[in-house]
Design a protein around this ligand. Structure first.
Ligand SMILES: Nc1ncnc2c1ncn2[C@@H]1O[C@H](COP(=O)(O)OP(=O)(O)OP(=O)(O)O)[C@@H](O)[C@H]1O
Ligand SMILES: [Mg+2]
Length: 383
C-alpha cells in the first residue's frame, strides 16, 4: 500500500492528468507530471512538472527516483518507457496492457483472439493489402494504427481507390481498414480494477459524437431493458481481466440492432467518464489513485442522472469576427444543477477540448432537456 504524502507520477499532462493531480492531492499525495509541453494543464497544478519527452532517459530516471508509483493519462506514451520505469517502481496499468490499447492493430487482434465482438477489419501495411482487402469492408474507415485520437488519422473510404489515396495521405503508416457500420448509438463503460482482481464499474454512458469528437455523454443509457448496459459491463470486465489490468480503463462500444461491438479501449480515465466527477460517490480519477496505491476501491454509485457536454475550442471563435473571445460563462453558470469545468488551457484551437459541463438531476429526460438548452445557449450549433 502506498500512503500519502508519497509522490505519484503521471505520464501525460492533459485534462485527464489534471483531474488525476486533483484527486491525488485531495488524498494527500504529491504529484509529478511528465509532459513535454511547458503549458501542460496538469503540469501547472502539479507539485512538480518535468518538461521533457516521454522517452527522455534523464526524466525517466528522475521519475523512478522520486515516485512511489506511476500511471499515465495518455495512451501513446512509449510502452518501452513504462517497461523501463517498471524495473524500479510499480507502473499501473502495465506496459503490456498499454501496448495493446495504444496500437489499433494489436488491440483488434486482442479482441479477435479472445472472441470479443468487434467490427470486421484487416491490417493494412501495403498497397497490396488494400487491393486484397475483402469487398465487404467497403464502405469503410481507414484508421492509422498509432497516435490517432478524436477521429484524427481516420478517413472514410468508399472503395479501394479512396483507401489508396488515404493510405498515401497517412504516409503509408500501418493502418487498419474497418467496415463502416450504421450505428444505432455508442456507449462506454469505465471501470477500475485493483491488484486483487476486484473490479468496480461506473454506470455506462451513452455517447454522441460530432465530427469524430465526443460531444455529449448521457447517464443512464436509454436502454429500457437495462440488458445492454449489463452486457457491456460484463464484456469490459472480461477485457480488463484478460489484460491483467490494474487501474482505470475505458471501453467504447457500438450498438447496432441491440448488439454490442467493442470499438476500442483507453488505458486511462475516459472523456465519457467526466460525469463521475459530479454524479458519483467516487470519481474515475480517485479510483485511478486508489488502484495505483493499493487502496480499497470506492463506491461507483451515481446519485443523479447526468449529461456531460464537451466544450471545444470552436466556441471561442464563434463571435463571427475571426478573433477569439471568452464564451458567455454567465449564461451557463445561471443554469440550475449545472457544473462547469474549464481546464485552464492557454490557447483555444478549433476541436481542442477546453472544458465541459455536467447537468445533474433526478429525472433523466429533464436533465437531458436542460443540458441541450444550455448547450444551445452557449452557442453550440448542430449543423
Ligand atoms: N467502423 C465504424 N463505423 C461507424 N462509425 C465509426 C466506426 N469507427 C469509428 N466510428 C466513429 O468515429 C468515432 C471515433 O472513432 P474511434 O473511437 O475509432 O477513434 P478515436 O480517434 O480513437 O476517437 P476518440 O479519441 O474520440 O476515442 C467513433 O466514436 C464513431 O463515432
Ligand atoms: Mg474512440
Amino acid at each position: 500500500m502506498i500512503l500519502p504524502p508519497a509522490t505519484l507520477g503521471v505520464l501525460g499532462g492533459g485534462q485527464l492528468g489534471r483531474y488525476f493531480v486533483m484527486a491525488a492531492r485531495e488524498l494527500g499525495y504529491r504529484v509529478l507530471v511528465l509532459d513535454p509541453d511547458s503549458h501542460s494543464t496538469a503540469g501547472r497544478i502539479a507539485d512538480e512538472h518535468l518538461i521533457a519527452a516521454y522517452d527522455d532517459q534523464d526524466a525517466l530516471n528522475r521519475m523512478a527516483e522520486s515516485c512511489a508509483a506511476i500511471t499515465m493519462e495518455f495512451e501513446s506514451v512509449p510502452a518501452d518507457s513504462l517497461a523501463y520505469l517498471a524495473k524500479f517502481v510499480p507502473v499501473r496499468p502495465s506496459a503490456e496492457a498499454v501496448a495493446i490499447c495504444q496500437n489499433r492493430s494489436v488491440e483488434k487482434d486482442f479482441l479477435r483472439r479472445h472472441d470479443f465482438p468487434h467490427a470486421s477489419y484487416v491490417d493494412i501495411r501495403s498497397e497490396d493489402d488494400i487491393k486484397n482487402a475483402p469487398t465487404n469492408l467497403f464502405p469503410g474507415i481507414l484508421k492509422v494504427s498509432r497516435f490517432g485520437y478524436d477521429g484524427k488519422g481516420q478517413a472514410r473510404v468508399k472503395g479501394r481507390g479512396d483507401a489508396l489515396v488515404a493510405f498515401h495521405q497517412f504516409k503509408n503508416e500501418p493502418c487498419i481498414l474497418e467496415r463502416h457500420m450504421a450505428l444505432d448509438y455508442e456507449m462506454s463503460v469505465v471501470l477500475t480494477r485493483d491488484e486483487n482482481d476486484k473490479t468496480e464499474c461506473f454506470p455506462a454512458s451513452q455517447n454522441q459524437h460530432r465530427h469524430g469528437v465526443l460531444d455529449c455523454s448521457v447517464v443512464p443509457v436509454r436502454d429500457a431493458s437495462g440488458h445492454l448496459a449489463v452486457k457491456a459491463r460484463e464484456i469490459a470486465e472480461d477485457i480488463a481481466a484478460r489484460m491483467a489490468y490494474i487501474g482505470t480503463l475505458g471501453v467504447e462500444f457500438f450498438v447496432i440492432d441491440g448488439a454490442l461491438y467493442v470499438n476500442e479501449m483507453a488505458p486511462r480515465p475516459h472523456n465519457s467518464g467526466h460525469y463521475t466527477l459530479d454524479a458519483c460517490v467516487t470519481n474515475q480519477y480517485e479510483q485511478q489513485v486508489r488502484a495505483l496505491c493499493g487502496l480499497p476501491l470506492g463506491d461507483t454509485k451515481s446519485h443523479s442522472a447526468a449529461v456531460m457536454v464537451n466544450l471545444l475550442g470552436d466556441l471561442w471563435y464563434s463571435g463571427g469576427s475571426g478573433y477569439t473571445r471568452e464564451p458567455d460563462w454567465y449564461k451557463l453558470l445561471a443554469v440550475p444543477n449545472l457544473k462547469l469545468h474549464l481546464y485552464g488551457k492557454h490557447h483555444a484551437r478549433p476541436g481542442r477540448k477546453m472544458g465541459h459541463f455536467t447537468v445533474l438531476g433526478e429525472y433523466p429526460e429533464k436533465v437531458r432537456e436542460t443540458a441541450m438548452m444550455a448547450r444551445a445557449a452557449i452557442g453550440i450549433r448542430d449543423e
